[in-house]
Design a protein around this ligand. Sequence first.
Ligand SMILES: Cc1cc2nc3c(=O)[nH]c(=O)nc-3n(C[C@H](O)[C@H](O)[C@H](O)COP(=O)(O)O)c2cc1C
Length: 274
Amino acid sequence: MGELFSVDRARCVKCGACVKDCAFRALSAGDDGFPAMASPSRCMRCQHCLATCPSGAVALDGRGAGGCVSAQGARLPSADEVANWIVLRRSTRKFRRESVDRAVLDRVLSLLGNSPTGCNARSLVFTCFPDREAMDAMRGKFLDIAASPWGKMLPRWFAVPAIRMRKGAEDMFFRGASGLLIVSSDTSNPEVKTPDEDVTIACSNFELLANANGIATCWLGFLGMIERELPGFVERLAGVKTGRPFQAMLFGLSALKYPRGVERSGYAKIEYRG
Ligand SMILES: Cc1cc2nc3c(=O)[nH]c(=O)nc-3n(C[C@H](O)[C@H](O)[C@H](O)COP(=O)(O)O)c2cc1C
């Protein structure tokens, strides 16, 4: 990390845009008209000062305009394309044996740091079982934990499919996926105020990005249900510290193709007040 806030005086046009867009008034214009970090403790490092600067003069934490994606001429999907994306998104529960390409996965995971977090706390941890080998090892561990005296404290809705899975029947938990992502929030950071929301948003972004890169996904709420029944399960299974809010998502290459979306018009209850 570099200096918290710096301005290239040769480029700054003293327009005040960065000061105006500073949500917590950490910045102010000095007597010479150049912006300055007046209250560092108020800065939540959102980088809006960097994003809004018309001349690219601002740097925050040593990050300057040169390293940012330019909004000028950047192609964004059209409204219809985004609508199709939402309507055609499907939970995939049949996966091919092959693992996903690691370079593609790396790119998707590295983009997740862009997900918004409350108060810009950015305390997310992405625990990833990236390929078939890692998943098979994790599945074995899952079944071992389930069969242990401790795991036997789990209710029947969990135990019965686990026993069937051990016998080689359908994998109702992990759906034969070649990958698993667990997004958790490190709540030991006192700046974290909205951990449940943060992990869900990041998982949703993962689904969107993964699908856009040809990777199929399925939410794994099951893991959260098990953790609520038996706190500590996910730490034993995946090393995600007990008590950390998390969301999990299965992923892999889809073994099927849906020729159409589903029809959900009217399912969302919309209540305008005015
Ligand atoms: C928070 C959440 C948790 C879910 N957990 C599971 C799960 O554990 N296993 C599963 O097969 N599907 C799970 N699903 C997928 C839903 O069952 C699925 O979204 C629903 O059946 C509708 O299908 P669609 O996603 O293809 O529209 C979950 C979905 C959400 C949003």
